[in-house]
Design a protein around this ligand. Structure first.
Ligand code: PLP
Length: 333
């Protein structure tokens, strides 16, 4: 049975654990099993107003049995910044890391052997306190769940994306940079439509433009004449993916020129396209199909630069290549 660690963080003044920051004290409880329900009242703010943000990261087992997290401190920072923007109680980054490390240790038997997969870790921060009206209940709960996942070159031989120009994921000023639960609801029926059209994911353009934003749960990269392009973060509409950042660093280190601050039209005639994200790593994209009959095929098979970057990134993530950027954080067992 998959385990769950649950910790309740309570905004108050009574110190129980000694893990207080200057502002407030956090009370931690757990672990508990996945079969145990989370108790919350009918007016829980998370139920009515979607007051939750979440993260996704992975733990890998190396050949020597050691366990490492990939860039977990970046997830800690993104969750703290998201909580600040979202009016949730910001979880101190050290506490985020402590809870994640503890969760991994608690579920150590679930981590796949080296090269066979990873432990996907899902921290969820929510306002589960009861409140009527648009305000904070003043409490916050974090839970961290885990799920072992297999090792795969996501998308295998490549996927198609579905494009409907009438759909946007978020718009400037609407918190697209935050991994908020509410940003994902509309993506569920849309992904179903994508699948019905033999596409793996939805690709979105920015509201009122034909410039690529990102996919439902991944960032987009395009390759043209060996130059690499990824949509700009400056409009505040896309998630600043940790894999996106890693691929930009890695590609530049390998000698590629990467443009990460341009607007890229949906009909950009690239040679290769791929998606990046923690869950899938690098997913090759063969082309897109539009709801209006438009569409484009980038290539008939996985492009060489996509394959090269995927191999290099997964080499670092599972310890086959040196960790030259200091991206691996050891979990003390
Ligand atoms: N964009 C969206 C909307 C996402 O939900 C995700 C991850 O789930 C990503 C991009 C990729 O982010 P990361 O590389 O940090 O996993």
């Amino acid at each position: 049975m998959k385990k769950v660690l649950g910790f309740d963080l309570i905004d108050g003044t009574m110190s129980v654990t000694g893990m207080a920051d200057q502002v407030r004290t956090w009370t931690l409880t757990g672990p508990r099993s996945r079969d145990e329900d989370i108790l919350m009242g009918p007016h829980a703010a998370v139920l009515h107003y979607g007051r939750s943000i979440f993260e996704g990261l992975k733990a890998f087992r190396m050949t020597d049995g050691q366990v490492y997290l990939f860039r977990a401190s970046q997830n800690a920072r993104r969750m703290r910044e998201g909580a600040e923007a979202f009016g949730l109680i910001p979880l101190p980054e050290e506490l985020f890391l402590q809870i994640v490390h503890e969760t991994v240790r608690e579920n150590i038997d679930l981590i796949p052997a080296c090269g066979e997969g990873a432990l996907y870790i899902r921290p969820l921060l929510m306002d589960a306190g009861q409140v009527m009206g648009l305000s904070s209940s003043g409490t916050c709960t974090i839970q961290v769940t885990v799920n072992p996942v297999g090792d795969y070159f996501a998308g295998g031989t490549g996927v198609y994306l579905y494009y409907n120009p009438a759909w946007v994921r978020t718009a400037p000023g609407m918190g697209g940079t935050i991994k908020a639960g509410g940003n994902y609801g509309l993506g569920i029926p849309r992904k179903k439509i994508a699948k019905e059209n033999e596409c793996a994911e939805v690709i979105y353009t920015r509201a009122g433009s034909d410039h690529i934003d990102e996919c439902g749960a991944a960032n987009v990269f395009l390759v043209k004449d060996k130059l690499i392009f990824t949509p700009s973060l400056r409009h505040g509409t896309i998630l600043p993916g940790i894999t996106r950042d890693s691929v930009i660093h890695l590609a530049r280190h390998l000698g590629y020129t990467v443009f990460d601050s341009l607007d890229i039209p949906i009909d950009f005639q690239a040679d290769e396209c791929f998606l990046t994200g923690t869950a899938a790593g690098i997913t090759p994209v063969l082309g897109w199909r539009g709801s209006d009959g438009r569409g484009h095929t980038y290539s008939s098979k996985v492009g060489p630069i996509t394959e090269y970057l995927s191999e290099e990134l997964s080499g670092i993530r599972d310890g086959r290549s040196p960790d030259q950027f200091g991206w691996l954080e050891e979990v003390e067992l």
